[in-house]
Write a protein that binds this ligand. Structure first.
Ligand code: TRP
Length: 329
């Protein structure tokens, strides 16, 4: 069985793009791998979040992942800052990370350009902290999006450097977890290619039914097909792509036929899509409401998660200290 490590950003609500794009794959991935999922709250400190909201963000994102199907019976689910070994490994790995390389990282340059007043060392060494998360459990695989690929490359670089310097095959060279053809790209309903937080076009797992209906009814379309089998505009294509994800195949076919013989009414199409999105979202929203009020459950999950994570973390850090020559009197 392979070990998989995945860090989860501690801010923002989950939208359909996150759910169908990544989360549903995580739910499958946890069934046949040794998975570690953690909320990356240390990483979020680079932007100096208000201390009064930090914990609520962690709670809310953890709740949403649990509600959507991350299973603490199958995986180790923890909060990064509950595992102090990550900070120690981060310190030790910093010795393998050169400032020149860190300064050239795409994410660093991007953030430094956008926030020139807050170019802190935590931001510079963000990839080292991420390497510590991954190498703490000696991960074989890491599910990463495009924006995190370079960080994973740097993780391999530090692992290799460590191994070479100390002449030992200790850290693995963690590879991207490949979801292959299962990876779904969820479009936005504003005619754009992608649903995303920064795009401002998200339908969230916490959205009420009425909010979902309103968002879907506003979806961008055109004035309708005038000739049989005419090509679809991007907006209409996106509606059908979403339908492919949430609706029954015969429902999709019904509306495709209607489009092709020019008898489609976009209002009906949208109403159907809205109801099918609601069927997918409502049970998760219900679970979010249940879990978020269940302090005891959240405590149980995070305590047990931290305990399990620390089993491998303590072992790894002890071995690294020993390899580097750190001994106690
Ligand atoms: N940097 C990742 C992101 O922004 C989150 C993350 C932190 C992570 N540590 C990780 C992802 C370790 C995978 C493995 O999405």
């Amino acid at each position: 069985m392979e070990t998989v490590v995945s860090g989860i950003r501690s801010t923002g609500n989950l939208h359909l793009g996150n759910y169908f794009g990544a989360l549903r794959n995580f739910i499958k991935m946890q069934q046949n791998n040794r998975c570690f999922f953690f909320i990356a709250d240390y990483h979020s400190l680079t932007t100096h979040p208000d201390p009064s909201v930090l914990h609520d963000n962690v709670r809310s994102i953890l709740t949403q992942y649990l509600a959507a199907g991350l299973d603490p019976e199958q995986s180790t689910i923890y909060v990064q800052s509950d595992v102090p070994e990550v900070a120690e490994l981060y310190l030790l790995l910093n010795m393998q990370a050169y400032i020149g390389e860190l300064g050239k990282t795409a994410s660093f340059k991007d953030k430094a350009r956008k926030n020139p007043d807050n170019v802190n060392a935590g931001l510079l060494t963000y990839p080292v902290l991420m390497a510590a998360d991954i190498l703490l459990h000696k991960a074989d695989k890491v599910p990463v999006g495009k924006d995190q690929e370079q960080h994973l490359e740097m993780t391999r670089l530090y692992a290799r450097r460590f191994n070479n310097r100390y002449g030992i095959e200790f850290f693995p060279e963690s590879q991207p977890y490949n979801f292959g053809s299962e990876l779904i790209k969820v479009p936005g309903l504003d005619g754009s290619g992608k649903m995303g937080k920064s795009e401002g076009n998200g339908i969230y797992l916490t959205d009420e039914d009425s909010v979902i209906r309103k968002k879907v009814m506003k979806a961008v379309t055109d004035s309708g097909p005038t000739e049989p089998n005419s090509p679809m505009c991007d907006g209409v294509k996106n509606i059908f792509t979403l339908m492919d994800i949430v609706s029954q195949p015969d429902t999709v076919q019904y509306f495709k036929d209607k489009y092709n013989d020019c008898s489609i009414r976009y209002g009906d199409l949208k109403k159907q899509l809205a109801e099918d999105i609601i069927s997918a979202v409502a049970p998760i929203r219900q679970r979010i409401a249940e879990i978020s009020g269940d302090e005891h459950y959240l405590q149980l999950v995070t305590r047990r998660g931290a305990e399990q994570a620390r089993e491998s973390a303590v072992k790894t850090v002890a071995e690294v200290r020993q390899i580097m020559g750190i001994k106690s009197f």
